[in-house]
Design a protein around this ligand. Structure first.
Ligand SMILES: [Cu+2]
Length: 181
């Protein structure tokens, strides 16, 4: 067979393969349009708190053993009263870190608890919802005791919750603020 035939054949193949790869579809745009996240409506301004003339309230909470629950699921203080809230983490399971976060009335507790799960960098307090927090302790490891002092808000009922991931669904309580005179 003449040598030029092979050269021709090689040319044909080269031309075919060169044409074959040239019609890739243009890649789809990867930048998806920004989805607007549903912003929760801001809570109304908190009611003014009357001055309280009396001693501070000392409140101590503990967990139920190694469960995701507070032993004390309610306590009562007075409007404007100084509250010294202590959480003694008596658990001994190293997975049972806890805190106490008191939320404003009207806060969506589930939304708050969900947001807290990805707020490890800020001690499980979601900064985008920090305006819904009346007061909170630090996160406590088993064996630790943490305290926070705050002024009780106006009369009402306020949910407190542990924001360690997974705990908020069962680890809740109610702070009642009520004048007793
Ligand atoms: Cu907890």
């Amino acid at each position: 067979m003449p040598r030029f035939f092979f050269v021709l054949l090689a040319l044909v193949f080269a031309t075919m393969s060169a044409c074959g790869g040239g019609d890739d579809p243009t890649p789809a745009p990867t930048a998806a349009p920004e989805t607007a996240e549903a912003e929760p409506a801001p809570l109304p301004e908190p009611e003014p708190v009357p001055a309280f003339d009396g001693p501070a309230a000392e409140v101590t909470l503990t967990p139920v053993g190694n469960e995701m629950a507070y032993e004390q699921t309610s306590f009562t203080v007075q409007p404007g009263q100084t509250v010294s809230l202590t959480f003694e983490n008596t658990a001994d399971n190293p997975a049972m870190s806890h805190n106490v976060v008191i939320l404003r009335e009207g806060t969506d507790v589930n939304a708050f608890g969900q947001a807290a799960m990805s707020a490890a960098d800020t001690d499980y307090i979601p900064q985008q919802m920090a305006d819904q927090v009346i007061a909170h302790t630090a996160m406590s490891a088993p064996g630790e005791t943490v305290t926070v002092e705050f002024t009780a808000p106006a009369a009402g009922t306020y949910t407190y919750v542990c924001t360690f991931p997974g705990h908020f669904m069962t680890m809740q309580g109610t702070m009642t603020v009520q004048a007793t005179s």
